[in-house]
Write a new protein. Structure first.
Length: 369
Protein backbone atom coordinates (compact mmCIF):
# COMPACT_ATOMS: atom_id res chain seq x y z
CA UNK A 1 0.00 0.00 0.00
CA UNK A 2 1.46 3.41 -1.06
CA UNK A 3 1.74 6.72 0.76
CA UNK A 4 -1.49 8.04 -0.75
CA UNK A 5 -3.39 4.98 0.41
CA UNK A 6 -2.04 5.59 3.91
CA UNK A 7 -3.05 9.26 3.89
CA UNK A 8 -6.46 8.45 2.44
CA UNK A 9 -6.98 5.82 5.14
CA UNK A 10 -6.19 8.33 7.87
CA UNK A 11 -8.55 10.95 6.44
CA UNK A 12 -11.50 8.61 5.76
CA UNK A 13 -13.58 8.19 8.89
CA UNK A 14 -16.51 6.29 7.39
CA UNK A 15 -16.56 2.51 7.61
CA UNK A 16 -19.10 1.05 5.21
CA UNK A 17 -19.57 -1.48 2.40
CA UNK A 18 -21.53 -0.85 -0.76
CA UNK A 19 -21.96 -4.24 -2.41
CA UNK A 20 -21.81 -4.02 -6.20
CA UNK A 21 -21.83 -7.81 -6.69
CA UNK A 22 -24.53 -10.43 -6.42
CA UNK A 23 -22.46 -13.29 -5.05
CA UNK A 24 -20.38 -11.87 -2.17
CA UNK A 25 -21.30 -13.26 1.23
CA UNK A 26 -18.52 -11.73 3.36
CA UNK A 27 -16.29 -8.71 2.61
CA UNK A 28 -13.37 -7.50 4.74
CA UNK A 29 -13.21 -3.72 5.00
CA UNK A 30 -9.73 -2.62 3.93
CA UNK A 31 -7.90 0.07 5.99
CA UNK A 32 -4.23 0.87 6.22
CA UNK A 33 -2.83 -1.37 8.98
CA UNK A 34 -6.45 -2.02 9.99
CA UNK A 35 -6.43 1.32 11.83
CA UNK A 36 -9.82 2.86 12.56
CA UNK A 37 -10.00 6.42 13.90
CA UNK A 38 -11.71 7.17 17.17
CA UNK A 39 -15.24 8.40 16.49
CA UNK A 40 -15.31 7.00 12.95
CA UNK A 41 -18.76 6.58 11.45
CA UNK A 42 -19.86 2.99 10.91
CA UNK A 43 -22.72 2.51 8.46
CA UNK A 44 -24.39 -0.89 8.30
CA UNK A 45 -27.08 -1.06 5.64
CA UNK A 46 -30.20 -3.17 5.55
CA UNK A 47 -29.31 -6.73 4.63
CA UNK A 48 -25.86 -6.44 6.25
CA UNK A 49 -24.10 -7.12 9.52
CA UNK A 50 -20.65 -5.84 10.58
CA UNK A 51 -18.33 -8.05 12.63
CA UNK A 52 -15.27 -6.59 14.41
CA UNK A 53 -12.32 -8.96 14.88
CA UNK A 54 -9.45 -8.13 17.24
CA UNK A 55 -6.25 -10.20 17.17
CA UNK A 56 -8.09 -13.13 15.58
CA UNK A 57 -11.01 -13.04 18.03
CA UNK A 58 -14.53 -11.95 17.20
CA UNK A 59 -15.43 -8.91 19.30
CA UNK A 60 -18.52 -6.86 18.46
CA UNK A 61 -21.32 -7.42 15.94
CA UNK A 62 -23.39 -4.53 14.58
CA UNK A 63 -26.82 -4.79 12.99
CA UNK A 64 -28.18 -2.26 10.40
CA UNK A 65 -27.81 1.35 11.52
CA UNK A 66 -25.28 4.19 11.93
CA UNK A 67 -22.78 4.11 14.81
CA UNK A 68 -20.04 6.39 16.10
CA UNK A 69 -17.16 4.08 16.97
CA UNK A 70 -16.48 5.02 20.55
CA UNK A 71 -15.81 3.08 23.72
CA UNK A 72 -19.51 2.81 24.61
CA UNK A 73 -20.34 1.26 21.21
CA UNK A 74 -17.50 -1.26 21.37
CA UNK A 75 -17.98 -2.97 24.75
CA UNK A 76 -16.27 -6.25 23.88
CA UNK A 77 -13.44 -4.65 21.93
CA UNK A 78 -12.92 -2.10 24.72
CA UNK A 79 -12.58 -4.94 27.21
CA UNK A 80 -10.11 -6.78 24.98
CA UNK A 81 -8.03 -3.64 24.48
CA UNK A 82 -8.21 -2.62 28.15
CA UNK A 83 -9.63 0.87 27.49
CA UNK A 84 -10.80 1.66 30.97
CA UNK A 85 -10.92 5.43 30.46
CA UNK A 86 -11.67 5.68 26.74
CA UNK A 87 -9.26 6.37 23.89
CA UNK A 88 -8.53 9.14 21.42
CA UNK A 89 -6.11 7.47 19.02
CA UNK A 90 -6.73 5.05 16.14
CA UNK A 91 -7.33 1.47 17.19
CA UNK A 92 -6.57 -1.82 15.43
CA UNK A 93 -9.46 -4.02 14.30
CA UNK A 94 -10.61 -5.96 11.26
CA UNK A 95 -14.14 -5.31 10.07
CA UNK A 96 -16.00 -8.01 8.15
CA UNK A 97 -19.30 -7.10 6.47
CA UNK A 98 -21.72 -10.01 6.01
CA UNK A 99 -24.49 -9.92 3.44
CA UNK A 100 -27.65 -11.08 5.18
CA UNK A 101 -29.81 -11.16 2.04
CA UNK A 102 -31.04 -14.35 0.42
CA UNK A 103 -28.94 -15.95 -2.29
CA UNK A 104 -31.41 -17.45 -4.75
CA UNK A 105 -31.45 -19.85 -7.70
CA UNK A 106 -28.50 -21.92 -6.49
CA UNK A 107 -28.32 -25.20 -8.39
CA UNK A 108 -27.99 -28.72 -7.07
CA UNK A 109 -27.98 -32.02 -8.93
CA UNK A 110 -26.64 -35.55 -8.96
CA UNK A 111 -23.27 -35.83 -10.69
CA UNK A 112 -23.72 -39.63 -10.87
CA UNK A 113 -26.95 -41.67 -10.95
CA UNK A 114 -28.42 -42.79 -7.64
CA UNK A 115 -29.07 -46.52 -7.35
CA UNK A 116 -32.35 -47.53 -5.71
CA UNK A 117 -34.84 -50.38 -5.78
CA UNK A 118 -38.27 -49.75 -7.29
CA UNK A 119 -41.28 -52.00 -6.70
CA UNK A 120 -42.30 -51.94 -10.39
CA UNK A 121 -39.01 -51.75 -12.30
CA UNK A 122 -36.62 -53.36 -9.83
CA UNK A 123 -33.12 -51.80 -9.51
CA UNK A 124 -33.09 -48.41 -11.23
CA UNK A 125 -30.75 -45.45 -11.55
CA UNK A 126 -32.14 -41.99 -10.90
CA UNK A 127 -30.91 -38.51 -11.63
CA UNK A 128 -32.35 -35.47 -9.90
CA UNK A 129 -31.77 -31.73 -9.86
CA UNK A 130 -33.31 -28.56 -8.52
CA UNK A 131 -32.59 -25.20 -6.89
CA UNK A 132 -32.23 -23.87 -3.35
CA UNK A 133 -32.00 -20.58 -1.45
CA UNK A 134 -29.70 -19.70 1.48
CA UNK A 135 -29.00 -16.75 3.74
CA UNK A 136 -26.52 -16.04 6.55
CA UNK A 137 -28.19 -16.77 9.87
CA UNK A 138 -25.18 -16.34 12.21
CA UNK A 139 -22.28 -14.16 10.94
CA UNK A 140 -20.01 -15.15 13.83
CA UNK A 141 -20.36 -18.87 13.14
CA UNK A 142 -19.86 -18.34 9.39
CA UNK A 143 -16.65 -16.35 9.91
CA UNK A 144 -15.35 -18.70 12.57
CA UNK A 145 -16.15 -21.96 10.75
CA UNK A 146 -15.84 -21.12 7.05
CA UNK A 147 -14.57 -17.68 6.09
CA UNK A 148 -11.54 -17.33 8.36
CA UNK A 149 -9.35 -14.50 7.03
CA UNK A 150 -10.72 -14.57 3.47
CA UNK A 151 -11.00 -10.95 2.32
CA UNK A 152 -13.89 -11.70 -0.07
CA UNK A 153 -15.90 -14.85 0.43
CA UNK A 154 -18.34 -15.69 -2.37
CA UNK A 155 -21.13 -18.16 -2.96
CA UNK A 156 -18.97 -20.16 -5.37
CA UNK A 157 -16.61 -21.09 -2.53
CA UNK A 158 -19.26 -23.04 -0.65
CA UNK A 159 -21.89 -24.24 -3.14
CA UNK A 160 -20.07 -27.49 -3.88
CA UNK A 161 -20.12 -28.49 -0.23
CA UNK A 162 -23.77 -27.52 0.13
CA UNK A 163 -24.67 -29.45 -3.03
CA UNK A 164 -22.99 -32.56 -1.60
CA UNK A 165 -25.15 -32.24 1.53
CA UNK A 166 -28.32 -32.06 -0.55
CA UNK A 167 -27.49 -34.92 -2.92
CA UNK A 168 -26.43 -37.21 -0.08
CA UNK A 169 -29.61 -36.61 1.90
CA UNK A 170 -31.77 -36.87 -1.22
CA UNK A 171 -30.33 -40.32 -1.95
CA UNK A 172 -31.15 -41.47 1.60
CA UNK A 173 -34.68 -40.06 1.56
CA UNK A 174 -35.53 -41.36 -1.94
CA UNK A 175 -34.34 -44.84 -0.98
CA UNK A 176 -36.22 -44.91 2.32
CA UNK A 177 -39.47 -43.35 1.07
CA UNK A 178 -40.42 -46.41 -1.06
CA UNK A 179 -42.25 -44.04 -3.43
CA UNK A 180 -42.56 -45.67 -6.89
CA UNK A 181 -40.46 -43.92 -9.52
CA UNK A 182 -43.49 -43.10 -11.67
CA UNK A 183 -45.23 -41.49 -8.65
CA UNK A 184 -42.33 -39.26 -7.60
CA UNK A 185 -43.46 -36.44 -9.88
CA UNK A 186 -46.63 -36.17 -7.79
CA UNK A 187 -44.55 -35.87 -4.61
CA UNK A 188 -42.00 -33.16 -5.54
CA UNK A 189 -43.56 -30.77 -3.03
CA UNK A 190 -43.41 -33.22 -0.13
CA UNK A 191 -39.85 -34.26 -1.02
CA UNK A 192 -38.76 -30.61 -1.15
CA UNK A 193 -40.23 -29.80 2.27
CA UNK A 194 -38.81 -32.93 3.85
CA UNK A 195 -35.34 -32.28 2.43
CA UNK A 196 -35.42 -28.68 3.67
CA UNK A 197 -36.19 -29.79 7.23
CA UNK A 198 -33.71 -32.68 7.10
CA UNK A 199 -30.76 -30.66 5.78
CA UNK A 200 -31.48 -27.44 7.69
CA UNK A 201 -29.44 -28.34 10.82
CA UNK A 202 -26.35 -29.14 8.74
CA UNK A 203 -26.52 -25.72 7.08
CA UNK A 204 -26.95 -24.12 10.51
CA UNK A 205 -23.63 -25.59 11.59
CA UNK A 206 -22.04 -23.30 8.98
CA UNK A 207 -23.98 -20.24 10.10
CA UNK A 208 -26.33 -20.54 7.10
CA UNK A 209 -30.08 -21.03 6.80
CA UNK A 210 -31.63 -23.14 4.05
CA UNK A 211 -34.77 -21.10 3.40
CA UNK A 212 -36.06 -23.01 0.38
CA UNK A 213 -35.22 -26.15 -1.57
CA UNK A 214 -37.00 -27.33 -4.71
CA UNK A 215 -36.89 -30.69 -6.48
CA UNK A 216 -37.47 -29.77 -10.12
CA UNK A 217 -36.91 -33.06 -11.91
CA UNK A 218 -36.28 -36.74 -11.26
CA UNK A 219 -35.42 -38.75 -14.37
CA UNK A 220 -34.52 -42.29 -15.41
CA UNK A 221 -31.69 -43.29 -17.77
CA UNK A 222 -32.46 -42.65 -21.48
CA UNK A 223 -32.77 -46.37 -22.29
CA UNK A 224 -35.41 -46.87 -19.58
CA UNK A 225 -37.31 -43.76 -20.66
CA UNK A 226 -37.32 -45.03 -24.25
CA UNK A 227 -38.78 -48.35 -23.10
CA UNK A 228 -41.46 -46.48 -21.14
CA UNK A 229 -42.32 -44.46 -24.25
CA UNK A 230 -42.84 -47.68 -26.20
CA UNK A 231 -44.98 -49.09 -23.43
CA UNK A 232 -47.07 -45.92 -23.43
CA UNK A 233 -47.45 -46.10 -27.21
CA UNK A 234 -48.80 -49.65 -26.95
CA UNK A 235 -51.32 -48.48 -24.39
CA UNK A 236 -52.47 -45.67 -26.68
CA UNK A 237 -52.93 -48.07 -29.62
CA UNK A 238 -55.40 -50.14 -27.56
CA UNK A 239 -56.93 -52.84 -29.80
CA UNK A 240 -53.87 -54.03 -31.71
CA UNK A 241 -55.90 -56.25 -34.05
CA UNK A 242 -58.05 -53.30 -35.18
CA UNK A 243 -54.94 -51.15 -35.45
CA UNK A 244 -53.28 -53.73 -37.71
CA UNK A 245 -56.36 -53.94 -39.92
CA UNK A 246 -56.53 -50.15 -40.11
CA UNK A 247 -52.91 -49.94 -41.31
CA UNK A 248 -53.54 -52.63 -43.92
CA UNK A 249 -56.63 -50.77 -45.18
CA UNK A 250 -54.58 -47.57 -45.48
CA UNK A 251 -52.08 -49.40 -47.64
CA UNK A 252 -54.68 -50.30 -50.30
CA UNK A 253 -54.52 -46.91 -52.14
CA UNK A 254 -50.75 -47.18 -52.32
CA UNK A 255 -51.02 -50.74 -53.60
CA UNK A 256 -53.39 -49.57 -56.33
CA UNK A 257 -50.71 -47.24 -57.64
CA UNK A 258 -48.24 -50.09 -58.11
CA UNK A 259 -47.74 -51.55 -61.62
CA UNK A 260 -49.55 -54.74 -60.70
CA UNK A 261 -52.51 -52.88 -59.18
CA UNK A 262 -54.77 -54.44 -56.62
CA UNK A 263 -54.75 -57.78 -58.38
CA UNK A 264 -51.06 -58.21 -57.74
CA UNK A 265 -51.37 -57.05 -54.13
CA UNK A 266 -54.68 -58.76 -53.38
CA UNK A 267 -53.19 -62.00 -52.12
CA UNK A 268 -50.83 -60.13 -49.79
CA UNK A 269 -53.58 -57.86 -48.47
CA UNK A 270 -55.95 -60.78 -47.98
CA UNK A 271 -53.34 -62.68 -46.06
CA UNK A 272 -52.64 -59.59 -43.96
CA UNK A 273 -56.34 -59.16 -43.12
CA UNK A 274 -56.55 -62.83 -42.15
CA UNK A 275 -53.51 -62.50 -39.92
CA UNK A 276 -54.58 -59.21 -38.30
CA UNK A 277 -56.57 -60.75 -35.45
CA UNK A 278 -54.02 -63.41 -34.41
CA UNK A 279 -51.21 -60.85 -34.66
CA UNK A 280 -53.10 -58.43 -32.43
CA UNK A 281 -53.85 -61.22 -29.97
CA UNK A 282 -50.21 -62.27 -29.89
CA UNK A 283 -49.03 -58.70 -29.29
CA UNK A 284 -51.54 -58.29 -26.45
CA UNK A 285 -50.42 -61.55 -24.80
CA UNK A 286 -53.46 -63.64 -25.79
CA UNK A 287 -53.57 -67.03 -27.50
CA UNK A 288 -54.94 -67.11 -31.08
CA UNK A 289 -58.53 -68.29 -31.18
CA UNK A 290 -59.33 -71.66 -32.75
CA UNK A 291 -61.99 -71.87 -35.45
CA UNK A 292 -65.45 -72.96 -34.33
CA UNK A 293 -68.69 -73.96 -36.09
CA UNK A 294 -69.67 -71.98 -39.16
CA UNK A 295 -66.20 -70.46 -39.28
CA UNK A 296 -66.84 -68.26 -36.19
CA UNK A 297 -63.95 -68.41 -33.73
CA UNK A 298 -65.13 -69.44 -30.25
CA UNK A 299 -64.58 -67.01 -27.38
CA UNK A 300 -61.23 -67.10 -25.65
CA UNK A 301 -61.29 -69.04 -22.35
CA UNK A 302 -61.52 -66.62 -19.46
CA UNK A 303 -62.18 -63.72 -21.83
CA UNK A 304 -64.07 -60.62 -20.82
CA UNK A 305 -67.52 -60.04 -22.36
CA UNK A 306 -69.37 -56.86 -23.17
CA UNK A 307 -73.13 -56.84 -22.51
CA UNK A 308 -75.80 -54.74 -24.21
CA UNK A 309 -77.91 -53.20 -21.43
CA UNK A 310 -80.76 -50.89 -22.41
CA UNK A 311 -79.17 -50.32 -25.80
CA UNK A 312 -75.79 -49.35 -24.36
CA UNK A 313 -72.52 -51.26 -24.22
CA UNK A 314 -71.40 -52.21 -20.70
CA UNK A 315 -68.39 -54.09 -19.46
CA UNK A 316 -66.17 -55.88 -19.96
CA UNK A 317 -67.17 -58.55 -17.40
CA UNK A 318 -65.37 -61.79 -16.62
CA UNK A 319 -67.19 -65.13 -16.26
CA UNK A 320 -67.54 -64.81 -12.50
CA UNK A 321 -69.17 -61.40 -12.80
CA UNK A 322 -71.47 -62.67 -15.55
CA UNK A 323 -72.54 -65.58 -13.32
CA UNK A 324 -73.43 -63.12 -10.56
CA UNK A 325 -75.41 -61.02 -13.03
CA UNK A 326 -77.26 -64.11 -14.28
CA UNK A 327 -78.08 -65.24 -10.74
CA UNK A 328 -79.50 -61.80 -10.00
CA UNK A 329 -81.60 -61.89 -13.14
CA UNK A 330 -79.88 -58.94 -14.76
CA UNK A 331 -78.28 -61.15 -17.42
CA UNK A 332 -80.66 -63.42 -19.36
CA UNK A 333 -80.28 -65.86 -22.22
CA UNK A 334 -81.65 -63.15 -24.53
CA UNK A 335 -79.07 -60.52 -23.46
CA UNK A 336 -76.72 -59.67 -26.31
CA UNK A 337 -73.04 -60.26 -25.56
CA UNK A 338 -69.76 -59.89 -27.45
CA UNK A 339 -66.09 -60.70 -26.83
CA UNK A 340 -63.00 -60.56 -28.97
CA UNK A 341 -63.15 -63.27 -31.60
CA UNK A 342 -66.94 -63.13 -32.07
CA UNK A 343 -68.21 -61.95 -35.44
CA UNK A 344 -71.22 -60.09 -34.04
CA UNK A 345 -73.35 -59.52 -30.94
CA UNK A 346 -75.06 -62.80 -29.98
CA UNK A 347 -77.70 -63.77 -27.38
CA UNK A 348 -75.94 -65.07 -24.28
CA UNK A 349 -77.95 -68.29 -24.39
CA UNK A 350 -76.45 -69.11 -27.80
CA UNK A 351 -72.82 -68.73 -26.65
CA UNK A 352 -71.47 -72.18 -25.76
CA UNK A 353 -68.83 -70.76 -23.38
CA UNK A 354 -71.61 -69.21 -21.28
CA UNK A 355 -73.74 -72.34 -21.05
CA UNK A 356 -72.51 -73.17 -17.53
CA UNK A 357 -73.61 -69.72 -16.31
CA UNK A 358 -77.27 -70.49 -17.09
CA UNK A 359 -77.15 -74.16 -16.02
CA UNK A 360 -78.42 -73.35 -12.53
CA UNK A 361 -80.65 -70.46 -13.64
CA UNK A 362 -84.31 -71.53 -14.22
CA UNK A 363 -85.86 -70.59 -17.55
CA UNK A 364 -88.41 -67.76 -17.59
CA UNK A 365 -91.92 -68.66 -16.40
CA UNK A 366 -94.46 -69.47 -19.09
CA UNK A 367 -97.00 -66.74 -19.74
CA UNK A 368 -100.17 -66.98 -17.67
CA UNK A 369 -103.38 -67.68 -19.51
Amino acid sequence: MGIWDKVRGELIDIVQWIDDTNDTIVYRFERYNNQIKFGAQLTVREGQAAVFVNEGKIADVFQPGMYALETKNLPVLSTLQGWKYGFNSPFMAEVYFCSMRQFTDLKWGTMNPIMMRDAEFGPVRLRAFGTYVIRVSDPQVLIRQIVGTDGRFTVEEIVNQLRNFIVSRFAEIAGQSKIPVLDMAANYGELSEFLTKRIGPEFQSYGLELTKLLVENISLPPAVEEALDKRTSMGVVGNLAAYTQFNIANSIPDAAKNPGGLAAAGAGIGMGMAMAVPIGQALSGQQPAASGPAGTPPPIPGAAYYVAIEGKQSGPFDLQMLASQAAAGRLTRQSLVWTQGMAQWTPAGDVQALADIFASVPPPLPPTT
